[in-house]
Design a protein around this ligand. Structure first.
Ligand code: 13P
Length: 252
């Protein structure tokens, strides 16, 4: 059985003060509501320490939205995995489409970060997904295959238990357009079968695949009802308790 895994990617929102206040409120609301899914939040780097402090005693995981592909050195403005681990952060989101499109991250670069994260003993949420143009040109499977094989190059079978895949169609991110549960499920099924080919059917069967792209309180149930959808990576609707609580309690 794959345990549902719901994550909030805060993107460039929430100062340390706001993030801490929100995280405390969220932890209390999740506990009171008896939320029984794996929950993660990914604040901006500078907000992470305040959120970790606010979430002491809670099961909510605190992740980073990115990290550098080197262990240390002259990389001005960057953050190394060891710095995250020192804070108690053991999970990192890599390959988000906003990093790919705004900051030119390639599959080769993302792969270096995935390998470093694994070497450092961290868990990775690896984002993949196609643009609208690619989908309309019938290239969905081609794009997903290239991203998965590039991003997971040299990742061992043993390390795959530390990898979660987030399928985030670029055209559904922040647009209010969600993939239909059927479309999302079929992309997830493709990802699972591709991972089975790269690794084994056992690894594919245990792989958690989150859907991301305008997930909200109204569509989460139908998405999560699909066989291959094991969780959600939520942007906009993860920024208030009012919007995020119904998502993390979709099964209540
Ligand atoms: P939205 O939920 O705002 O569409 O963002 C999705 C996303 O990019 C999560 O990483």
């Amino acid at each position: 059985m794959r345990k549902a895994y719901i994550a909030g990617n805060w993107k460039m929102n929430m100062t340390p003060g706001k993030g801490a206040a929100f995280a405390s409120e969220l932890a209390k609301a999740a506990k009171d509501a008896g939320a029984d899914v794996k929950i993660m939040v990914a604040p901006p780097f500078v907000t992470i320490p305040a959120v970790i402090d606010a979430l002491k005693g809670s099961d909510i995981i605190v992740a980073a939205q990115n990290m550098n592909d080197h262990k240390s050195g002259a990389y001005t403005g960057e953050v190394a995995p060891e710095m995250l681990k020192d804070l108690g952060v053991n999970t990192v989101i890599l390959g988000h489409s906003e990093r790919r499109s705004y900051y030119g991250e390639t599959d080769e670069f993302i792969n270096r970060k995935v390998l470093l994260a694994i070497e450092e003993g961290m868990d990775v949420v690896l984002c993949v997904g196609e643009t609208l143009e690619e989908r309309e040109e019938g290239k969905l499977e081609e794009v997903l295959s290239a991203q998965l094989s590039g991003d997971l190059m040299n990742v061992s079978a043993e390390a795959m238990s530390h990898i979660t895949i987030a399928y985030e169609p670029v055209w559904a991110i922040g647009t209010g357009k969600t993939a239909t549960p059927e479309d999302a499920d079929s992309a997830h099924a493709f990802i699972r079968s591709f991972v089975a080919k790269l690794y084994s059917s056992d690894i594919a069967e245990n792989l958690i695949i989150q859907y991301g792209g305008s997930v909200n309180a109204s569509n989460v149930k139908a998405l999560m009802a699909k066989e291959n959808i094991d969780g959600a990576l939520v942007g906009g609707a993860s920024l208030s308790v009012e919007k995020f609580l119904p998502i993390i309690t979709y099964n209540k």
